[in-house]
Design a protein. Structure first.
Lengths: 250, 689
């Protein structure tokens, strides 16, 4: 039995998939997106946050069995509402063996995984196999811009996306709308082309940037200096509907 | 909302009808008590005469577009006693709050069925009984006078309507002057006037009961006769609801808005039918459209209630009015049966001003007579912690203190005096047969006691159990020094206690079980005790305003709470719980034997407005509400709030006149609340979902 590091469990998550869901936040992320609003999810280790001068622990180790038991308590509610459990992060693929262990212990429960897609083919494949739904981030299509704004190359991400498409597994593409960074017509066109024709794609979601994104940086002792204008309204280009992709703007 | 209702709402909202108001001083009615005293008139008769004088002094006012009439023009209801007489009463009696009949639910069904004329006839027939005492005769005389006063008031309005050319209004008033209402519209008119007269008779927290049930036969009859369309019925309900807001600034409670105008919708009958009908739905929709604080809606539901009903409720929850409040028949009815209520009464339960479960028509309960401070008891017990070798022994001590407190409470309310209420008596079953005023008692005369600071107490005991007795990581000296010095020098400990220690609301076994034990001690402490009126004592999970009173003098507590720091209202987690979310909270707050503490008091959860941005969220919220019923929770109150709006409203009250919030068991206008209540609400929303 494996154990992993979780930094939050949120119930009644209504934006993370169908029905009433519980969202589990797995700690650790290899990306450094310039707009990230969960910097406490970066480090894979438990750490201290400073809130109003007081220290608060963030992240704890938990066994796969314990976490699964906790999640199973609400199986009736998931069933009645057509909901389930969503794993997010951080980047859940960083703890793929633990995540797989937990998912194996949740038979009959709808399981969604939100991922940047950044992880080895093996890690991604193992999670894909066990999940019922993927919430797959498509942040930037251009490799150079992807490196610049997230700190990592998107080669592996795009390879995993192809694998996801080929699998036919249901998925939602999630695109953060960052003004001046990825809200261009060019990027949206490229993103839509990436997604076009995927049998499992349920819809694309454009997620508006929230100006409160920087709120947690002081807690982890880091400055927040987004390299874009936070106050600028994003451009909204619907390159999706014409390609037969359902679009939701949140 | 049609144009007529819109215009009426705007007129009332802008308080234009306040221009018609006069004070009792201007009318010379403030001195009436002195005349009563000088002439040695008995209290029973005084009540009738005062009502008569007030109704006579009311100027008939019919607002533009109104078809359900009666507007209060007298700003204050003078007392029937002089100050000196009150002092004398206080010297010999205890009083409950203001001393007049309050917080019960009249038999509207009966008066709408019988009409005023038949009621008067019943009184006169009863008075022919030669075997009655002088006191009984005096009661019946004052009862008859009260009915006549209301009838005269109706005629005055009828004449006014006639001279204004309002044919329909005049016709309705003519019919209900003596006869039973023949239409839905007439029934609403009679309801308006009998309810109006309750306020005029100085009774308060005048609830409206099962409106959708007692109005339903009138609706059905009109529909069958082709006299009424659903649109017309809906407009009339809106007009009636609007009327409930017309004079409510004059209704007295602990705070503005705390006026007890609750209605109850839906509910299951003994045959298992769910009684949510077309009117129930119209009420929810009307309240949504009007966006006003009255009437405050309760929705009776259970695990089997259709999701569509919960969705209608969730829709209104989204509005941010702080209601409907959801009451679970699956728990409440068995709880009331256990307390000894008849099946008929238990199945017919309604909700008093806030959340107390009462029986309408014949119950003279006093459901908020006192409150037990769980947190206070634990705080007192803590001083003797060192004397107890085990948690079990320590809890036995806590249990004994709770029972001693119950003993004290049940002794503290003897020699109760309540001002006679002949008009209310005419709307309550059994009073004519007994020839006795309702103030002296009804079919059931039970007293209810609130329990405050339950989670603070349970969390504190969980700390003591875990860290002091089990892990032994917290010494007696350190704990006592910390609470005696308000955690000064013990900041790290306090941090741990606030943020890491077990708490109710996280679905942890220990604190939830301790919460259950505390409630059980409370229920046992009151069980078997009788009050002087022969009624029982009922334990509850509500707090009323005691959550403010009891927190003030409460020292620092082992859960990490500072001295004087707020405690939660009602049946709710600690104010500094780091929530996982509402599902765990619902689990934690449904494990106890809630049918044994059924005086009422809801689990309260704050929702952030933003959750409603997602169009699917209404249905999800409906499922969440149903989940609490399925878990066996007894009562749920959901408040939709926006922190920024509240903060801005504190700074700029003039911009937020219409901002409505739920306070402890009622909804009011935020800007009209005392600051301590405003701040408590702002504090609460940190823990929203």
């Amino acid at each position: 039995m494996l154990s992993g590091i979780v930094f939050s469990i949120e119930e009644f998550a209504i934006n993370d998939g169908p029905g009433i869901r519980t969202t589990v936040f797995l700690k650790g992320c290899p990306l450094r997106c310039a707009w990230c609003h969960n910097p406490e999810g970066w480090s894979p280790e438990p750490q201290w946050l400073t809130k109003k001068g007081r220290k608060e622990r963030c992240g704890y180790a938990i066994g796969a069995d314990e976490l699964a038991a906790k999640l199973l308590r609400d199986k009736d509610l998931y069933r009645d509402s057509g909901g389930g459990v969503t794993f997010t992060g951080g980047e859940p693929l960083m703890q793929a063996p633990f995540l797989c262990d937990v998912m194996c212990r949740l038979p009959g429960i709808h399981k969604a995984v939100e991922t940047s897609g950044y992880g080895s083919a093996q890690a991604f494949g193992s999670v894909l196999e066990r999940a019922d739904l993927l919430l797959f981030d498509v942040k930037l299509a251009d490799p150079a811009l992807h490196r610049r704004y997230t700190g990592v190359d998107n080669g592996q991400i795009l390879a995993n996306l192809e694998r996801l498409k080929a699998s036919g597994k249901p998925f939602v593409a999630r695109i953060p709308l960052i003004p001046g960074v990825n809200d261009t017509l060019q990027n949206m066109e490229a993103t839509a082309r990436l997604l076009e024709g995927a049998a499992g794609l349920e819809r694309a979601e454009l997620l508006r940037y929230h100006q409160t994104a920087g709120a947690k940086y002081p807690m982890v002792g880091l400055p927040y200096n987004p390299p874009f204008d936070e106050n600028q309204a994003p451009e909204i280009h619907d390159c999706f509907t014409e390609r037969g992709i359902k679009l939701m703007i949140l | 909302m049609n144009e007529r209702i819109e215009a009426l709402k705007s007129f009332i909202w802008n308080r234009k009808h306040h221009a018609f108001r006069t004070t009792p001083e201007q009318l010379g009615l403030d001195k009436l008590c002195e005349t009563f005293q000088a002439r040695g008139i008995a209290p029973q008769e005084r009540s009738a005469r005062m009502l008569q004088a007030l109704l006579e002094a009311e100027k008939p006012v019919i607002l533009e577009g109104e078809t359900i009439v009666a507007t209060r023009t007298i700003t204050r209801i003078p007392s029937i006693f002089t100050e000196q007489e009150w002092a004398d009463i206080r010297a010999h009696h205890t009083l409950h709050e203001r001393g007049t009949v309050s917080n019960i639910s009249a038999d509207y069904e009966g008066i709408l069925r019988d009409g005023l004329g038949l009621r008067k006839q019943q009184v006169e027939e009863r008075a022919r009984d030669k075997g009655l005492t002088a006191g009984q005769q005096a009661f019946l005389a004052s009862a008859r006078e009260s009915i006549e006063a209301v009838q005269a008031f109706i005629l005055k309005y009828r004449d006014c309507a006639e001279s204004a050319g309002l044919v329909q209004v005049a016709h309705n008033l003519t019919q209900i002057h003596s006869g039973a209402p023949q239409t839905f519209h007439q029934a609403l008119q009679l309801l308006r006037i009998v309810h109006f007269a309750l306020w005029e008779s100085d009774c308060y927290h005048n609830t409206l009961g099962r409106f959708d049930q007692y109005m339903y036969p009138f609706y059905l009859a009109d529909k069958a006769a082709g006299r009424l369309t659903d649109d017309e019925a809906f407009d009339l309900i809106e007009e009636f609801f609007l009327a409930c807001n017309k004079d409510s600034d004059l209704y007295i409670g602990m705070q503005q808005g705390d006026n007890g105008q609750s209605i109850v919708l839906g509910g299951r009958n003994p045959q298992g039918e769910y009684l949510f009908n077309a009117l129930s739905e119209m009420c929810l929709r009307a309240s949504y459209e009007l966006n006003l604080i009255d009437p405050k809606i309760n929705l009776r539901c259970d695990a089997q209630t259709p999701l569509e009903v919960f969705k209608l409720g969730a829709q209104l929850t989204k509005r941010g009015l702080g209601f409907p409040q959801y009451d679970n028949d699956d728990v409440v009815i068995p709880g009331l049966l256990k307390l000894g209520y008849s099946p008929e009464d238990a199945y017919n339960y309604v909700v008093a001003a806030c959340w107390e479960f009462i029986v309408p028509k014949n119950g003279m309960e006093i459901v908020n007579i006192d409150a037990l401070s769980f947190a206070g008891v634990v705080s007192d017990a803590l001083e003797h912690l060192g004397e107890y070798p085990s948690y079990e022994a320590f809890y036995a001590y806590v249990d004994s203190l709770i029972k001693a407190e119950c003993e004290r409470i049940t002794k503290a309310h003897d020699k109760l005096y309540i001002v006679p209420a002949p008009w209310m008596s005419m709307l309550m079953g059994g009073t004519i047969e007994r020839a006795q005023d309702i103030s002296l008692g009804g079919n059931s005369n039970n007293y209810g006691v609130h329990g405050t600071g339950l989670s603070t107490a349970a969390d504190s005991l969980a700390v003591i159990k875990k860290y002091y007795y089990e892990e032994k990581s917290l010494s007696l000296e350190e704990l006592m020094d910390a609470v005696h010095h308000n955690f000064k020098g013990h900041e790290a400990l306090q941090e741990k206690l606030r943020n890491e220690a077990p708490k109710m609301g996280l679905d942890q076994e220990e604190p939830d079980a301790i919460g259950g034990a505390l409630l059980a001690s409370f229920a046992q402490g009151l069980q078997g005790k009788r009050n002087e009126r022969g009624g029982i004592w009922r334990a509850g999970t509500g707090t009323a305003m005691y959550y403010i009173f009891h927190a003030k003098d409460l020292p620092a507590t082992p859960d990490g709470r500072f001295a004087g720091e707020v405690i939660p209202a009602n049946f709710t987690p600690s104010m500094f719980l780091r929530q996982q979310g509402p599902v765990s909270v619902m689990r934690s707050f449904s494990k106890q034997h809630l049918e044994d503490t059924i005086n009422g008091g809801p689990l309260t959860i704050e929702l952030d407005e933003t959750i409603f941005r997602n169009e699917e969220s209404l249905e999800k919220l409906a499922m969440l509400i149903r989940n609490y019923m399925r878990l066996g929770g007894h009562q749920l109150q959901l408040n939709t709030l926006n922190r920024d709006t509240l903060l801005d409203a504190k700074k700029h009250p003039e911009r937020h006149r219409d901002l409505i919030v739920r306070v402890w068991g009622w909804s009011g206008y935020f800007v009209e609340l005392d600051e301590c209540y405003q701040d408590h609400i702002i504090e609460r929303i940190k823990y929203k979902i």
